[in-house]
Every structure is written in C-alpha cells, then in structure tokens.
Design a protein around this ligand. Sequence first.
Ligand SMILES: C[S@@+](CC[C@H](N)C(=O)[O-])C[C@H]1O[C@@H](n2cnc3c(N)ncnc32)[C@H](O)[C@@H]1O
Length: 236
Amino acid sequence: MIFSPTGGLSYHLRAFRYKRNLWSPFISQVHSEIQSWKSPGKALLLIGPNAGYSLPLSYLSQWEKIEVLEPDPIARFFLKKKLGLFSYNSRDFFFDLEDESMDYQIVHLFEEYSDYDWIFCNFLGQLQSLYPESKKEIHPHWIKTFQDLLLKKNHWFSYHDLFSAPQKPKIEAIDSQKFISYDDFIRRVYSTERETLYINDHQTWKLFEPFPLEERRWASWEIHPAYTHIIEFRHG
Ligand SMILES: C[S@@+](CC[C@H](N)C(=O)[O-])C[C@H]1O[C@@H](n2cnc3c(N)ncnc32)[C@H](O)[C@@H]1O
C-alpha cells in the first residue's frame, strides 16, 4: 500500500508539496461542505481518509468515536498523530470488486457500521483503480447493491472524483440544482465535445444516478499544475 494507484507514497509527497498552495481552495471547500452537513451521531467512519490532508480534523473531534478504513500505514500513522485516538479496521471491504459474488463484502460493511455516520473521503472515484487493468467498468451488479444499501442509510457524506483531465473545467458554468445530462455536463464544463478530449471518467456519475440532485455541489481540484479533478459532494 506504500505504492498504490489510489494513494501511496507519491500521494504523500504531492500533498507535502501542494497542500498549502495549489490544493488550498479545494481543501477549504471540503471543510465548509463537511461542516454544513449536519450529522447527529456519536460514531464516525472515515473511508479512505489517507492522512486527513483534506479533512477538517478539529471539526471531526465532535464525534466521540472514530473508526478508519485506510490500508496505507503511513497515512494511518500521520492521521493518528493529528486526530488522536481512533480505531482502525484492517478488513478490506472493497476487494475483488470484479467478482459478482463479492457483493457480500459491502453488505457486511453496511451491517457492521450501521450506527456510524460515514464519510467517503475522496474514495468512491478510486474504485475503478482497484479493478484489474483489463476490467475498466465497475460491475453493474456491485453498483446496484451499493446504491440500494446507500439509499437506505442515513447520515453519510461523500466527496468523490467525477472527471479528471489536463484541461481546466469551468464548473461555474453549471447550475448544480438542475438536471443536466452526462454529455451536456462535459460539453459545458470543458467547452468542447467528449470525443475531442482526454477525460478520465471516474464512474461516479452512474454510481449516484438514483440519488436526489438537491444540494449536490462541485469543486475543482488542481492536483498538480497540469491536471485538474472535478469533485462532487453528496450526502444523505
Ligand atoms: C485519493 S486518496 C484519498 C485522499 C484523502 N481522502 C485526501 O483527501 O487527502 C484514496 C484513499 O483511499 C485509500 N484506499 C485504497 N483502497 C482502499 C480500500 N479498499 N478501503 C479503504 N480505503 C482504501 C487509499 O489508501 C487512499 O488513501
């Protein structure tokens, strides 16, 4: 996990370099979105928080108990220093996603943490990277199971990658409260047709399709000077 497509050592080095400058507008937006998500629970589950680079750590201390799903030991070491006590669950609820029979993993996740408030910390847009190279699409059966479980759950928050590209997006070109189709979104945000662009689709558009549009918001995150992510905020 020191070398990982979803984080690893290179992510820590990048955070060290950009957290205080290039990433700062994005981080401020994550803080204000999480702080305006009102959640009454006592226990919190963080999924993929890394070392908490983008999280409002002092705000999180209002939860009496925090548990973390994060396979990167360096990330956990730094997060523990910043957050104080938390428990870490070493089970991987997101492995073998390509195998239909592995849906029970997420069923288990929803059962085990049913009393917790959840924050998916820029994790759901990385699901495609957890797949083998040959299988770029997240299994439709897995998506359906995940959606059904999340639709029934109260008190969750997710910020996740929607698209990423070398081009800078114009997210202010879209009214986030109104319905917009996938193609229109790309055309308006990138001011050009899909076919003429290199875009990485993180597959979260279809993951969140059955969820209400109200209160979804977007941020752009310049992860390095030549590459920008569009991040979506959703909660329930
Ligand atoms: C893009 S990074 C998130 C960065 C972090 N939330 C932040 O904002 O700085 C994705 C994180 O997901 C973690 N991750 C990868 N596989 C995971 C799994 N199966 N379960 C939980 N977390 C996982 C990675 O170690 C990494 O820290």
